[in-house]
Design a protein around this ligand. Structure first.
Ligand SMILES: [Ca+2]
Length: 81
């Protein structure tokens, strides 16, 4: 059996409703977005620990733009590149 785990930015993206946990509701929400039953939430900025709430201080070393539900981080934010 092959077990994979998500990195912190991947987890932040998979946490569709940004409540700090990846639950079945996040998966259902992603599926509803895929079939057009629900609008996708706005992309968000997360720090290297996957937190979407953080202070801009010297502890922040990396920031990621993630799209909710994009747990494989395949979304490319072309408008800010
Ligand atoms: Ca969640």
């Amino acid at each position: 059996m092959c077990e994979k785990s998500l990195t912190l930015p991947n987890k932040a993206a998979a946490d569709n409703n940004a409540n700090g946990a990846i639950e079945i509701g996040d998966v259902i929400s992603s599926l509803r977005q895929i079939v057009g039953l629900e609008e996708a939430p706005y992309a968000r900025i997360v720090d290297q620990n996957g937190h979407h709430k953080f202070m801009f201080d010297d502890q922040v070393t990396e920031l990621y733009a993630v799209a909710a539900g994009d747990s494989d981080l395949s979304w490319v934010p072309t408008e800010i590149l």
